[in-house]
Design a protein around this ligand. Structure first.
Ligand SMILES: *[C@@H]1O[C@H](CO)[C@@H](O)[C@H](O)[C@H]1NC(C)=O
Ligand SMILES: *[C@@H]1O[C@H](CO)[C@@H](O)[C@H](O)[C@H]1NC(C)=O
Ligand SMILES: *[C@@H]1O[C@H](CO)[C@@H](O)[C@H](O)[C@H]1NC(C)=O
Ligand SMILES: *[C@@H]1O[C@H](CO)[C@@H](O)[C@H](O)[C@H]1NC(C)=O
Length: 283
């Protein structure tokens, strides 16, 4: 009877599936737009219309999204998750969204963008990650294959470093916001700044100026005013590995010289004795 019960429940679920794809209770739906913004949601609303192209969950209190949540909404083009409390997105959330062009994750609590978090949403044109104060790390492969990406907003977050490799593979990138981050303009930043100088001038038009917060010599200096000369010192400074290598070489050289001196000494001694011996023989 338990088996039959659960079979019945399963049958009900299968029959009910197409029916429940109507507008979620708290949301407004019209013409493939589903607007659930500002509804004090702590979890995502279930069962959206399957043909949804524009979904807003903005201005809620979402802390996480279940991994398979969006899997059925293959028509989705616009996903607005702005102003929630998201710390992370589950891997594969965007897996089936081949038409997604706009993703807004601004005003959340993201800590990092991993190599897989936004993959494989290669049709994205605009990504907004601004105002994530704890966003400290974006991995180099985070946007790999995003060949359509034109606009990337990374402003007002917690970034002190960004690898140029993160941006290198974005042929369509036309607008990049970097302002309001605690950039550390040390030697590790040189490749990024070099890349920016050669690739996009448009970032100059940042609404918030991108400035260095450290080291002290360049605090408050605009990221884009740093030139090749600013990094001249980098080419002469040595890392710990360099110091260790030099110390090692020094050690080897001194051992070698001690050994050489010893051999020379021994040889000289021998020669001396030998010549003395031969002198004695001669006598
Ligand atoms: C998507 O829907 C929102 C309402 O939720 C609307 O403000 C926005 O303009 C729509 N975006 C587009 C591109 O149609
Ligand atoms: C975020 O949403 C709350 C309502 O949930 C609203 O009061 C607040 O103004 C919004 N903040 C931003 C930056 O949009
Ligand atoms: C953001 O996340 C941190 C933990 O990573 C937590 O301590 C903090 O309260 C969160 N802030 C908001 C606004 O959700
Ligand atoms: C990103 O979001 C912020 C805050 O929600 C907004 O002010 C900014 O204009 C957005 N950037 C882009 C490029 O749309």
């Amino acid at each position: 009877s338990m088996v039959i019960m659960s079979l019945k429940v399963m049958a009900l679920m299968v029959v009910a599936l197409p029916v429940v794809s109507s507008c979620p209770v708290l949301c407004t739906c019209w013409e493939q737009v589903v607007d659930c913004s500002g509804k004090r949601l702590f979890s995502v609303p279930p069962d959206l219309p399957l043909d949804t192209t524009n979904l807003s969950l903005a201005h809620n209190s979402l802390t996480d999204i279940p991994p398979g949540y969006l899997a059925c909404y293959v028509e989705l083009q616009i996903l607005d998750l702005r102003n929630n409390s998201l710390v992370d997105l589950p891997d594969g959330l965007l897996l089936t969204l081949k038409k997604l062009v706009f993703l807004d994750l601004s005003h959340n609590n993201l800590t990092r963008v991993t190599a897989t978090m936004l993959q494989p949403a290669h049709s994205l044109i605009r990504v907004n990650l601004s105002n994530n104060p704890n966003l400290k790390q974006i991995l180099p492969k985070a946007f790999q294959g995003f060949s359509q990406l034109e606009e990337l907003d990374l402003s007002s977050s917690g970034l002190s470093f960004l690898s140029h490799k993160t941006l290198e593979g974005l042929p369509a990138l036309a607008s990049l916001q970097l302002g309001g981050n605690p950039w550390i303009c040390g030697c590790t930043m040189e490749p990024l700044l070099k890349w920016l100088r050669n690739s996009i001038q448009r970032c100059m038009a940042d609404s918030i100026e991108a400035e260095c917060t450290s080291p002290p010599e360049v605090k408050g200096v605009s990221l884009f005013s740093l030139t090749e000369e600013s990094f001249q010192a980098c080419r002469f400074s040595l890392s710990l590995d360099d110091y260790l290598f030099i110390a090692f070489v020094g050690f080897v050289v001194s051992i070698a010289s001690v050994a050489t001196n010893f051999l020379l000494g021994v040889t000289a001694n021998c020669c001396h004795r030998w010549s003395k011996a031969s002198e004695d023989e001669e006598i």
